[in-house]
Design a protein around this ligand. Structure first.
Ligand SMILES: [Zn+2]
Length: 180
């Protein structure tokens, strides 16, 4: 199997209307990401330009003509990962992330994972593919890679037996409900 060449998207910030980034695949499960969550992930990614960081992507699966995924929350793996030179999902990392995700966002489902490649670009390594194959086997599961040095990011999703990079849609953040 050949490694697909990623078409990374430049990192963008700020509020904006719904915006398609990259080329959406005709089949598969379109990926929508709330703008504020995207910003949160980019901020977290840029906090460490030396070491890989990661976290979980949470949200929902919805049906509108076709099933799509919408990323609404991000749960960073803060404690365990920064100690390692490269990010590894140990059993403890996994258990802690799962507990935090369920506690903070009980209504959400685990849509996929995020990690950074500081300075080495947007792709999935053999280890990344191993992780995705073993923990994110559903066809709608997503892997997100951010390179905080080159300021690029990309999403990957199953296409049959292959993991391919794919476009995504940034949607405006929901209005804050804190003032009610
Ligand atoms: Zn990686």
């Amino acid at each position: 199997m050949t490694t697909p060449i990623a078409k990374p998207a430049p990192i963008r910030r700020g509020n904006r209307p719904s915006q398609v980034v990259g080329r959406l695949r005709r089949h598969g499960y379109p990926i929508f990401c709330a703008a504020d969550v995207l910003d949160e992930i980019v901020d977290y990614s840029e906090e460490n330009l030396q070491r890989e960081r990661g976290g979980f992507l949470l949200g929902g699966l919805y049906l509108d003509h076709r099933v799509y995924v919408e990323i609404q929350h991000f749960v960073p793996a803060r404690l365990t990962i920064d100690r390692a030179a490269s990010m590894t999902f140990t059993h403890n990392t996994w258990a802690a992330l799962s507990r935090e995700a369920h506690a903070r966002f009980p209504e959400s489902i685990l849509l996929g994972w995020h990690h950074t490649h500081p300075g080495f670009g947007i792709f999935l390594s053999a280890y990344d593919r191993f992780i995705h194959t073993h923990f994110f086997s559903q066809p709608w599961h997503v892997a997100m890679v951010v390179d905080p040095c080159q300021k690029e990011l990309g999403f990957f999703q199953w296409s049959g037996q292959q993991l391919l990079d794919c476009g995504f849609v940034v949607v405006p953040s929901a209005p804050s409900q804190t003032d009610t």
